[in-house]
Design a protein around this ligand. Structure first.
Ligand SMILES: Nc1ncnc2c1ncn2[C@@H]1O[C@H](COP(=O)(O)OP(=O)(O)OP(=O)(O)O)[C@@H](O)[C@H]1O
Ligand SMILES: [Mg+2]
Length: 357
């Protein structure tokens, strides 16, 4: 199921945009901004198809991690549509950058890095026009995220789909530096509820993990990132015993990172356990089950996603479900931990805070 489809029933001002694009020097970077359901992806699909049929080499950087067209969610992806397409899902991705969750809120660094690296990659691969589809986060911290993206990517053109003046906080600082075209929102643009968005995502996750198999990974062969889990030094048996007795925990794994402990545990019984959060961080083992992880190659790009099923800390082995082949998994040098728990049938089990792991 896809929200945005190719349609030529678009407001008149889109034709003006096409003219501007045709007449501007290539390569040309275009950033599309707008609130939720303002028609960003529909506009991207429309422009990409029109430009494609005029013979331009078009690249799409899909950074709308929560409502992506190019599969899968939780990554920023680059693709080059080769022929007229109906929806972004048909585009075969050529590179991904791992974010690991479906909302950009606590992940500005990943968002900005990923977009920049993939735009570079698009230019390297000789795109005439690079179109960057973005998330609908345009208020509050979203203003800062968009500012950083614009500052680093330096788009030649910003297309702003706005209701009233809702994007002006984003656009104002760039007024005299970047060409901005303000566009009306199509009267056909249709709002979607949170539940509908979740349902659309469910189908996307499911499709992505459809032909997955479980791999048993030797964690010693990978650099583990996106988490404190293997930072610092392993705690001693003695430290582990003290923590278990003091807090009535089963401690599966513990590290000491400078002067702070980081512990993966399960509670034995429920009662209040008080400790100084600056001295120790403790997470439930349960948080690691069905956690989304990324397979990262030596260039820092993401080869694909996996779902962490089980970690055996004693043997440093992990069971990970992934559609990647054995050879693709072997191309990864790093496993990066995400912050969403999701099942292969597409059911999202919950988001974790950035500092949870
Ligand atoms: N010109 C149009 N003609 C017909 N339907 C449209 C048009 N523009 C938008 N829509 C519809 O409105 C809805 C939202 O559009 P779209 O998915 O493109 O918005 P978006 O800004 O990309 O949303 P999100 O914030 O989720 O990424 C979709 O169902 C889409 O089909
Ligand atoms: Mg969209």
């Amino acid at each position: 199921m896809n929200k945005a489809k190719y349609t030529q029933e678009v407001p008149e001002d889109r034709k003006e945009v096409l003219k501007v694009i045709q007449e501007t020097k290539k390569p040309l970077k275009i950033m599309i901004v707008g609130g939720v359901d303002s028609g960003k992806t529909t506009l991207t699909v429309f422009l990409a198809n029109e430009l494609l049929s005029q013979g331009f080499r078009v690249a799409i950087v899909d950074s709308d991690i929560g409502q992506k067209g190019i599969l899968p969610p939780a990554l920023i992806s680059l693709g080059f549509p080769e022929s007229i397409f109906t929806s972004m899902e048909e585009i075969r991705p050529v590179k991904h950058y791992f974010v690991g969750t479906i909302t950009p809120n606590q992940f500005f660094g990943e968002m900005v890095t990923g977009v920049k690296l993939l735009v570079n990659e698009a230019i390297k691969r000789k795109a005439d026009v690079v179109m960057i589809d973005t998330t609908g986060l345009v208020h509050g911290s979203g203003v800062e995220l968009k500012r950083m993206k614009i500052e680093i990517v330096k788009p030649d053109l910003i297309l702003a789909l706005q209701r009233k003046d809702e994007l002006e906080d984003i656009l104002k600082p760039f007024e005299n530096k970047t060409k901005v075209i303000r566009l009306v929102i199509s009267e056909n643009a249709k709002p979607h509820t949170r539940e509908e968005r979740r349902k659309i995502r469910r189908e996307k996750w499911k499709k992505y993990f459809e032909n997955s198999s479980e791999h048993l990974l030797d964690l010693r062969k990978f650099y583990i990132s996106g988490t404190l889990i293997f930072q610092g030094r392993e705690i001693s048996e003695e430290e582990k015993n003290i923590l278990e007795n003091l807090f009535r925990w089963l401690v599966f794994h513990g590290r000491k990172i400078t002067s702070r402990y980081f512990v993966v545990k399960a509670d034995i019984g429920t009662f209040p356990r008080n400790f100084d959060k600056n001295t120790m961080k403790a997470i439930d083992l349960e948080n690691l089950s069905n956690l989304l992880v990324g397979f990262i190659d030596k260039e820092g790009f993401c080869l694909g996603l996996g779902i962490l099923k089980l970690i055996n800390f004693k043997e440093l082995k992990a069971h990970v479900l992934t559609p990647l082949t054995e050879a693709e998994v072997n191309n990864a040098v790093e496993i990066r931990f995400g912050r969403i728990r999701v099942r292969e049938d597409g059911e999202e089990l919950g988001l974790l805070n950035r500092d949870a792991l």
